[in-house]
Design a protein around this ligand. Structure first.
Ligand code: NDP
Length: 261
């Protein structure tokens, strides 16, 4: 059988927030490339539904209930994944939440902490747990964090979201340097506007404000369309694969040209 450098046959991947949106597409792309995949998310019913859908790829898909902002739950989820599938070769820290919008001078600290807890602490806890297992295994691996184009631009009215996503870029660079000697790479993907539930009110909202926002955003996307979750799946498969063997500590922007316009 001819193997491409993108072939991931026999590898094990973890995808947090793998039961919906971008995470489900990433999990599907990794399974299609040959990975056994653990899908972590808080809602185990949704994890199971997604695992059933992904069974078509003929790989093992393990649903794991986990809130990534909770250290103990992350450690347990990783142990369960290792027991059932083996040590991860690929770990995608994708789970994330939008932030409630408030003017920054009034931004509530509890919402700041909630968003940081999922989008930054959750990313750190997940990648830390995976890196430990990769170091123990001695076979290297690929860590991928799903950041956001907002990391480059800021997000007026949602400061913790953009701050967490920017911090993730720095986290990935630290991990890349620290773990390079173990053959572990770390990179971030920065999606632009991707059509998922997270931005459903902008993409599908019917009121006049949503329509005006939609038109304004679309005018700023040179590709003239919303991103699809699958657009991110391909980028992650590349970073997970041997095609990216020399690619580490970097950011891959997948936004239809939004941030260069
Ligand atoms: P969705 O809202 O569609 O999905 C979010 C996923 O994250 C769900 O699977 C959810 O599962 C999971 N999740 C949320 N909180 C937690 C938690 N505490 N622990 C574990 N899992 C959690 O979002 P998207 O698919 O759009 O977003 C995925 C990632 O991409 C996020 O990090 C987001 O910030 C980023 N992104 C998205 C963009 C977009 O335009 N859509 C643009 C740029 C970045 P459950 O509720 O079961 O826990």
């Amino acid at each position: 059988m001819n193997q491409t450098p993108f072939d991931l046959q026999g590898r094990v991947a973890v995808v947090t927030g793998g039961n919906a949106g971008i995470g489900a597409a990433v999990a599907g792309a990794l399974a299609a490339a040959g990975c056994d995949v653990a899908i972590w998310g808080r809602d185990q019913e949704r994890n199971r539904d997604c695992a059933r859908r992904l069974a078509e790829h003929g790989r093992a898909v393990l649903p794991v209930a986990c809130d990534v902002s909770d250290e103990l739950q992350v450690e347990r989820a990783m142990s369960r994944t290792v027991e059932e599938l083996g040590r991860p070769d690929v770990c995608v820290a994708n789970a994330g939440t939008a932030a409630r919008r408030h003017p920054s001078q009034e931004y509530p600290l509890d919402e700041w902490h909630r968003v940081m807890g999922i989008n930054l602490d959750g990313c750190f806890l997940t990648l830390r747990a995976a890196a430990r297992r990769m170091v123990e295994g001695g076979a290297g691996g690929s860590l991928v964090a799903i950041s956001s184009a907002a990391a480059l631009q800021g997000m007026p009215g949602s400061p913790p979201y953009a701050a967490a996503k920017a911090a993730v870029l720095s986290l990935v660079r630290s991990l890349a340097v620290e773990f390079a000697r173990h053959g572990i790479r770390a990179n971030a993907v920065l999606p632009g506007w991707i059509d998922t539930d997270m931005i459903g009110d902008v993409v599908h909202g019917q009121d006049s404000r949503a329509q005006a926002t939609r038109e304004a955003v679309l005018r700023r996307i040179p590709a003239r369309r919303w991103g699809r979750p699958e657009d991110i799946g391909g980028a992650v498969v590349y970073l997970a694969s041997d095609a990216a063997a020399y690619h580490t500590g970097d950011t891959l922007v997948v936004d239809g040209g939004y941030t260069v316009f």
